[in-house]
Ligand binder design. Structure first.
Ligand code: TXA
Ligand code: MG
Length: 319
């Protein structure tokens, strides 16, 4: 459903976001599939809509530096780049603050966060109307082209509200730059080039675009491991194991936590990272045993994530 970006529609769309619904919004690069970045359930429904078999970390859209520095460990390099390129098509990967309230699922369980300040006037008005950070991957189904007009987006997601901001004038996703190591590394090419960036930083930028591990953090094993040993597809619980359940039972032992007693895969996805962290941090849990999750819909991404964590060998944990 296309919406002209007038005040009334912006307020209506913002109200949808507050209710946990998704809204497609224009940016200067491509259209984004937006949801409340503070809410695991909204973020889970973004993954569900995209139909990705894996949880890729999402870009968080904010209004400016002040908001960005609430969520990420801000430093001099980030300040310089933000000052020069924001608002605009540059996404910065930074370390999440300890108390960062952004959904863990939006970061796909990583301790880093991708932040971007869009320049498109409708994106900015929408962020203002929402007063919330928006998680927003490109508004296309997994594997398809990113939409650069409201009509493309409508073709992909006819049932969602779409703020019509016309044609995206850049038409290519934002440049993604990681500031996690001492040398800044380019992870995705975009309108802002490595040399634009190194001019501002006064130092060389590494090319991380060929490094599969950096480029696809969602596929990296070690990012996804719990500290405690984990078994999956568990039907019989061993002593020392705490149960992470799924479904209404019967359970082999009383569950420590339940991803979804209603067998709702979107709910399970929204609980996944928060519950794994809770079990990892809880002193009475020695090992984690996870009940079988169906291999369908979001269950594919949940199983992918769990299998990676379970796979990590004993000597790789704690690193
Ligand atoms: O232009 C854009 O950036 C558009 C508009 C809507 O803002 N958004 C977009 O989002 O392209 P998406 O989700 O399709 O791409 C996000 C990119 C992916 O390549 C992802 O791997 C990377 O950002 N990314 C996100 N968080 C990351 C993190 N913590 N570490 C490394 N890469 C990350
Ligand atoms: Mg994309």
């Amino acid at each position: 459903m296309l919406l002209a970006p007038n005040q009334e529609n912006l307020q209506r769309a913002a109200a949808e976001i507050e209710k946990g619904q998704l809204v497609i919004f224009p940016t200067e690069t491509v259209y984004g599939l937006g949801g409340n970045a503070l809410d695991d359930k909204s973020v889970a429904s973004i993954f569900e809509k995209k139909g990705r078999p894996q949880f890729n970390p999402l870009i968080i859209h904010v209004l400016g530096t002040e908001q960005a520095s609430l969520y990420a460990q801000w430093d001099e390099r980030a300040e310089k780049l933000a000052h020069h390129f924001w608002p605009g098509p540059l996404t910065l990967i930074l370390k999440r603050k300890m108390d960062c309230p952004i959904s863990r699922l939006a970061s796909a369980g990583l301790d880093s966060i991708a932040l971007r300040v869009p320049a498109h006037p409708v994106a900015r008005e929408f962020l203002q109307a929402c007063s919330l950070p928006l998680a927003g991957p490109s508004a296309n189904r997994s594997g398809l082209l990113s939409p650069t007009s409201a009509n493309h987006a409508e073709h992909e997601f006819p049932d969602l509200p779409i703020l019509d901001g016309g044609h995206c004038h850049i038409g290519l996703e934002s440049t993604v730059l990681s500031l996690l190591s001492p040398q800044a590394a380019l992870l995705r090419f975009g309108a802002i080039s490595a040399s634009d960036i190194s001019q501002i930083l006064g130092e060389e930028v590494a090319d991380g675009t060929h490094d599969k591990d950096i480029r696809s953090p969602g596929q990296l094993l070690r990012h996804y491991a719990t500290i405690k040993p984990m078994r999956i597809n568990v039907r019989e619980v061993e002593k020392d194991e705490a149960l992470l359940a799924f479904g209404a039972g019967p359970y082999p032992v009383p569950p420590f936590l339940n991803l979804s007693s209603k067998e709702d895969l979107t709910e399970a996805a929204s609980n996944l990272f928060a519950m794994l962290h809770e079990m990892d941090d809880h002193p009475s849990v020695k090992k984690i045993a996870v009940m079988p999750i169906p291999y369908e819909g979001l269950g594919m991404a949940i199983n992918d994530r769990l299998a990676r964590s379970a796979y990590v060998a004993e000597d790789e944990r704690h690193t």
